[in-house]
Write a protein that binds this ligand. Structure first.
Ligand SMILES: [Zn+2]
Length: 125
């Protein structure tokens, strides 16, 4: 079995475990060296990779923005969630509840979930 075949077999195994990565499979499929020397092919692949990289960056930025909103809603440190003793913002103390929570974000993100958590016993002050 050639290295390309082994590589493609590994790729298929990864895709079976992570089907959400299927849209990127083409980028990582091993090519014959004769195809790699084709400038048009390389330019096309580079263009596709660039578009996908921009899309992934946008998805990452969106997810990080959502995570910041969630941290604010919970009163947690946006930088480390209280997991880093060297954090300049909270020195590792910023787990949920450490900071005053953002009321608007709490009402938007947390209260709807609490109201549907029938298993939760809420003690009102
Ligand atoms: Zn922190």
């Amino acid at each position: 079995m050639s290295n390309n075949q082994l590589y493609n077999q590994l790729l298929q195994t990864v895709l079976a475990e992570r089907p959400e990565l299927a849209q990127y499979a083409e980028l990582f499929t091993a090519q014959d060296s004769s195809e790699d020397s084709d400038d048009k092919e390389l330019k096309l692949r580079l263009r596709k990779i660039t578009v996908l990289a921009k899309r992934l960056k946008q998805d990452l930025d969106d997810a990080l923005g959502d995570l910041d909103d969630l941290a604010q809603a919970l009163g947690a440190c946006e930088e480390c969630w209280g997991r880093d003793n060297r954090c300049p913002t909270c020195r590792g103390e910023g787990s949920p509840g450490y900071f005053k929570s953002d009321k608007v974000l709490f009402e938007e993100l947390i209260r709807p979930a609490l109201s549907k958590a029938t298993w939760l016993e809420v003690q009102e002050k």
